[in-house]
Each structure stands twice: as structure tokens, then as C-alpha cells.
Design a protein around this ligand. Structure first.
Ligand SMILES: [Fe+2]
Length: 177
């Protein structure tokens, strides 16, 4: 599972801190195990059930979020010569993990991806943050996961949380018809 995940999502290697990278992989592995998914399922799994048919996979969406976040951070750094108070590793880890709860929120029934029992009880920002907490991910990353969607609309997101939130909606709304 580990090697397959890294092959499918090479962006895990963008995390510099080895311990953080390890915890991110452990969280993903456990999400895959709990959801009963095989690595290649990530290529078929829709990133959202709100589009039918869904134009992008969970795999593409996760990678798209990481790369948009990194691209925006690099653009900001190219312009603003001062310290931006944006932690690159926290941002990348948050982007990789923001939708990990969807591995629990969905199930496949009769060849169709549908909301699971877990998903009816806990939305993915909540289940994803809980899953990541089990592997010791730090609070700034739990914050990104828990607040990346409407759950975080009433509060002040961290800078990393702001970047991921907008990257996520960019990766969502470009497919709206
Ligand atoms: Fe997302």
C-alpha cells in the first residue's frame, strides 16, 4: 500500500520533514484500510458526490490541491520579500490530508460510489481530522482539515488554511457547469 500510494501521489515526497511525511502516509494508509479501498480505486473514486458524473478523481483532486497550494506559495514568495508566515510543510501536509476523510465518507455499492454510513454521521472534515489526530498530526494540520470546507466559515483560518481552502474551491468550481 505504502509504495503504491507514493507512486500514485508523488507529492508526499514534497514534505521535507520525515516524521511529518511518515504521519501523513500512515493516516492515508489507515483511511484506505478502513474504507476497504485498493490503491487503484483512487483513480475511479469521485472527489465529490456533488457532481454526477464527477469530472475528476480523488487522486487528481488531491494532487491538484497540493500543486495549486505550492504554486500559490511560490508566486507569493516571488513577489513578497518578507517572511510570509506560511509553513510549506504544514501547507503540503494539509493539502494531502484535507479530504482523507472522504475515504470513510464514501463506499461503493452496486458499482456506484455513494455516501457511507460513516459519511451520514460525520462529514469528511470531521472524520479526516479525527483520523489524522490518531497518528499525531499537529493541530495546525488538524485545523486545515477540519476547517477547509463550510465547517471553517465562521472562524479565522490560518494562512495555510486560507491557501488550501481557496485551492480546494478552485479545484472544485472549475468543473461546475
Ligand atoms: Fe477537497
Amino acid at each position: 500500500m505504502r509504495n503504491d500510494l507514493i507512486k500514485l501521489i508523488p507529492e508526499f515526497d514534497l514534505i521535507q520533514d520525515k516524521d511529518l511525511r511518515e504521519k501523513c502516509l500512515q493516516t492515508w494508509e489507515e483511511g484506505m484500510r478502513l474504507g476497504g479501498w485498493k490503491p487503484d480505486d483512487l483513480k475511479r473514486m469521485p472527489f465529490t458526490l456533488l457532481y454526477d458524473p464527477c469530472p475528476a478523481s480523488m487522486l487528481e483532486h488531491t494532487r491538484g490541491n497540493v500543486l495549486v497550494c505550492v504554486g500559490v506559495l511560490d508566486a507569493l514568495k516571488a513577489v513578497y520579500a518578507r517572511d510570509l508566515a506560511i509553513d510549506r510543510d504544514i501547507l503540503i501536509a494539509g493539502a494531502l490530508l484535507h479530504d482523507v476523510g472522504k475515504l470513510l465518507e464514501m463506499e461503493e455499492k452496486d458499482g456506484k460510489f455513494v455516501k457511507s454510513r460513516s459519511g451520514k454521521l460525520l462529514r469528511h472534515p470531521v472524520s479526516g481530522a479525527c483520523l489524522a489526530a490518531r497518528f499525531g498530526l499537529p493541530e495546525p494540520i488538524l485545523h486545515i482539515i477540519a476547517n477547509h470546507s463550510k465547517e471553517g466559515d465562521g472562524m479565522r483560518r490560518t494562512n495555510e488554511g486560507v491557501l488550501l481552502h481557496h485551492a480546494d474551491f478552485t479545484n472544485f468550481e472549475i468543473f461546475a457547469k
